[in-house]
Design a protein around this ligand. Structure first.
Ligand code: 6GU
Length: 236
């Protein structure tokens, strides 16, 4: 899989070199291309933003650098054919909520790209123009505001890449995830390791019993209880 990220802060994506994703890059399972949007500016100050039409606080990202950046991205896909259009994700707090189902879909794509906005966002004509050539999704991580799309892109990339075959050493952990609480739309049960007693707190008896049926039942009950307390919206 190849991932392209367009940003005015390429260094924000540096953590992609670490841990599991870094290993996936080393192993040739993943290519990450981070592009500095300012390379597509042409003025002395490498300007990427301007004041909003209609007034109001903050700045808006200018369309021209984004247009040239996305032209370059499009060119990197080769001649336009009538297959599925390349995927372009635009992180924004006003996007559709990013979900595990989206991560599953993205993980099956050969390439995806992120356009990370800053300030009050990207001139909306960029999105409208891009829809002619890309399968554009404006996506949000949740109901809070970040300073820009970079941290959101990192999260979406991690959620996606860990699902690419070969990236997680023990793919059984993904299978278990998809058969257990996650696929039931329940939150995960609490987990414990040795020692069995620690600072006066004991591991629940049933987990020491070796009775797999009872363990599974206990875990499911815990999942249901935690979910109904913390995320009643997930219980159908
Ligand atoms: Cl995707 N972007 C920004 N800037 N803020 C967010 C977000 C995205 N998701 C939640 N807050």
């Amino acid at each position: 899989m190849r991932i392209d990220v367009f940003t005015i802060f390429p260094d924000y994506l540096a953590p992609l070199q670490l841990s599991l994703i870094g290993k996936a890059i080393e192993d040739g399972l993943l290519e990450v291309h981070v592009h500095d949007l300012r390379q597509w500016t042409h003025d002395r100050h490498r300007t990427v933003d301007d004041t909003p039409y209609g007034g109001g606080a903050g700045m808006v990202m200018k369309p021209e650098p984004w247009g040239e950046a996305l032209d370059a991205l499009l060119a990197s896909y080769g001649p336009i054919t009538d297959g599925p259009r390349p995927v372009l994700l635009v992180p924004t707090p006003s996007g559709r909520p990013f979900t595990q189902a989206m991560a599953d879909e993205l993980a099956a794509a050969p390439r995806i790209a992120f356009a990370c906005g800053r300030y009050e966002g990207i001139d909306h004509r960029v999105i409208d123009w891009a829809r002619q050539y890309f399968d554009v999704s404006e996506v949000s991580l949740g109901d809070y505001v970040l300073n820009g799309g970079e941290v959101a892109a990192l999260a979406m990339i991690e959620a996606t890449v860990r699902l690419v075959p070969g990236v997680i050493g023990n793919s059984l952990s993904l299978v278990e995830e998809s058969y257990s609480a996650a696929s039931d739309h329940l939150l995960e049960y609490p987990v414990y390791t040795k020692p069995a007693s620690w600072r006066g707190f004991d591991v629940p008896e049933v987990l020491l019993s070796g009775h797999h049926g009872k363990v599974a039942q206990w875990r499911h009950e815990q999942s249901v209880e935690i979910t109904s307390r913390r995320r009643p919206d997930l219980i159908t």
